[in-house]
Design a protein around this ligand. Structure first.
Ligand code: LMR
Length: 397
C-alpha cells in the first residue's frame, strides 16, 4: 500500500537536534538549531513569562475555541511591536493580522493566500536562506527561485546583483526578505540599502514578504523593524510573518503572527476574511495558552519593559560570545580574519566552514552545526567556548 511513499531523510535543522540529543558524549555542544540557550547552556524561561504563568495558574480559565484569527489583544500586540501603535496604517485599520502557529504557520497561511489570489506569482528567496522557506512555498504550490544575496568573498551582500535581479521580476512576484538577523548568514542590509530595494519593489510592483523571527536580537525592538515600517510607509502590500518563539523563549507554544498591510480598511477586511478561511481549513483556530502568555506580557506596561530588558540581555550575551570567539580564534589561527563574527548580527554566524569541516566537528568533537556552516552563536557559553575554538582551529588547519 505505501511502498511508493518517498523516504523522508529528515530535516537538516530539526534532524540535527534529534542526533545531538542521542549523542552520549558529555562534551557535546549544540550550535545547530536557532534556539537561545543561556550562559549555563539552559533554555531559559523569561521572568516576565513566569509572572504571567503564575497568574494564569492561580486562576485557571475555561478553554473555549479561540477565534480563527486569534484574539484582538494578541493581534494588537503583534501590530504594536511590528508597526508601532501610532502607525497610521494601524490606526486606520489597514493591516490585517492573525495569530499563527509560529513563524512557519504564518508563512504557510500567507503562501496559501498569495497562491490563491495571485496564482501567476513566482516566489524568490535569498541565496542562501532558511531551508524551510523553500519547503513551505513549494508545499503551497509555488515555483521557488533564488535571488543573489550573500557574497562569500566580502562576507557581505551582493547588493548590485540583488538590485539587478529584482528589476527582472514580474508584477506580483513574491520576495521573501529577512528584515533583521538574516538566517543563515547573520549578514543584514543597511537602512540605505533597504530604502533602495523597497523603491525597486514599489516600482516593479513586487510583493515583499518579510519574515521576522528575531526581533530585538540585532539592535533593538524598533530598529530591527526598520524595513517593515518603511515598506508600510511606502504603501507596499507587505506581508509580515512574525514570531515570539525566540524573543519570548516560547518555542513550543507556537506563537506567531501574520500581518498584511493593505491600501484600505475595506481591503484589509477582505484579506482578513480569506486568512480566517485559510486557517479554518488547515487547523481551525490557534491554541489558547501561548496566546494568554503573549497577551499577558505584551499588554502590561511593566512586564513589557521587563521583557525588552530580558531580550537585550540575550542579545548582549550573544554579542559577547561573538567577540570571545573572534578573539580566541584570531590568536589560535594567525593570518586569518575572523572579524565577521562580530559584524554578523543575531543568533547566527555563517562560519565559512565547509560541509566536510562541519562533519569533522560532529564526528571528532561532538559539535553540531548545520552542514552549510551556520552556527547558532547562542549555543556558546563560558564553559564550552574554548573547546569550540580549539576544535574550529583544528579543522581549519
Ligand atoms: C532555525 O533556523 O534553526 C530555527 O528557525 C528553527 C527551525 O525551525 O528551523
Amino acid at each position: 500500500m505505501f511502498q511508493h511513499v518517498e523516504f523522508y531523510p529528515g530535516d537538516p535543522i530539526l534532524g540535527l537536534m534529534e542526533k545531538y540529543n542521542q549523542d552520549p558524549r558529555s562534551e557535546k555542544v549544540n550550535l545547530g538549531v536557532g534556539v537561545y540557550y543561556d550562559g549555563e547552556g539552559r533554555l531559559p524561561v523569561l521572568e516576565c513569562v513566569k509572572t504571567v504563568e503564575r497568574a494564569l495558574a492561580e486562576t485557571p480559565r475555561p478553554r473555549g475555541y479561540l477565534p480563527m484569527e486569534g484574539t484582538p489583544a494578541y493581534r494588537a500586540a503583534c501590530q504594536k511591536l511590528l508597526f508601532g501603535a501610532d502607525n497610521p496604517a494601524v490606526k486606520e485599520g489597514r493591516i490585517a493580522t492573525i495569530q499563527s502557529l509560529g513563524g512557519s504557520g504564518a508563512l504557510r497561511v500567507g503562501a496559501d493566500f498569495i497562491r490563491e489570489w495571485f496564482p501567476q506569482a513566482k516566489c524568490y528567496v535569498s541565496n542562501p536562506t532558511w531551508g524551510n522557506h523553500v519547503s513551505i512555498f513549494e508545499g503551497a504550490g509555488f515555483e521557488v527561485g533564488k535571488y543573489p544575496y550573500y557574497d562569500p568573498a566580502t562576507i557581505g551582500v551582493k547588493f548590485q546583483e540583488m538590485k539587478d535581479f529584482f528589476r527582472t521580476l514580474n508584477e506580483n512576484d513574491v520576495l521573501i526578505l529577512h528584515p533583521c538577523c538574516h538566517n543563515p548568514t547573520g549578514v543584514d542590509l543597511t537602512r540605505e540599502q533597504w530604502d533602495e530595494l523597497l523603491g525597486i519593489i514599489k516600482e516593479k510592483k513586487l510583493i515583499p514578504f518579510m519574515d521576522i523571527a528575531y526581533q530585538g536580537f540585532a539592535d533593538d525592538m524598533e530598529s530591527d523593524v526598520y524595513a517593515v515600517r518603511r515598506a508600510v510607509e511606502l504603501g507596499l502590500p507587505v506581508f509580515v510573518s512574525s514570531s515570539f518563539s525566540k524573543n519570548l523563549s516560547l518555542y513550543g507554544e507556537r506563537v506567531g503572527g501574520l500581518s498584511v498591510a493593505c491600501p484600505s480598511a475595506e481591503e484589509a477586511k477582505l484579506v482578513l476574511g480569506q486568512l480566517k478561511f485559510t486557517v479554518r481549513r488547515i487547523y481551525s483556530s490557534p491554541p489558547s495558552h501561548g496566546n494568554a502568555v503573549v497577551d499577558g506580557v505584551m499588554n502590561n506596561e511593566d512586564l513589557f519593559k521587563q521583557w525588552e530588558g530580558e531580550v537585550y540581555e540575550m542579545r548582549d550575551r550573544i554579542r559577547a560570545m561573538r567577540s570571545r570567539l573572534q578573539e580566541v580564534l584570531s590568536a589560535k589561527v594567525p593570518g586569518r580574519d575572523f572579524g565577521y563574527f562580530t559584524k554578523q548580527r543575531g543568533m547566527f554566524s555563517f562560519t565559512g566552514l565547509s560541509p566536510e569541516q562541519v562533519e569533522r566537528l560532529q564526528k571528532e568533537f561532538a559539535i553540531y552545526m548545520v552542514s552549510n556552516g551556520r552556527m547558532c552563536v547562542a549555543g556558546l557559553n563560558e564553559k564550552n567556548i574554548d573547546y569550540v575554538a580549539n576544535a574550529f582551529a583544528e579543522v581549519l588547519k
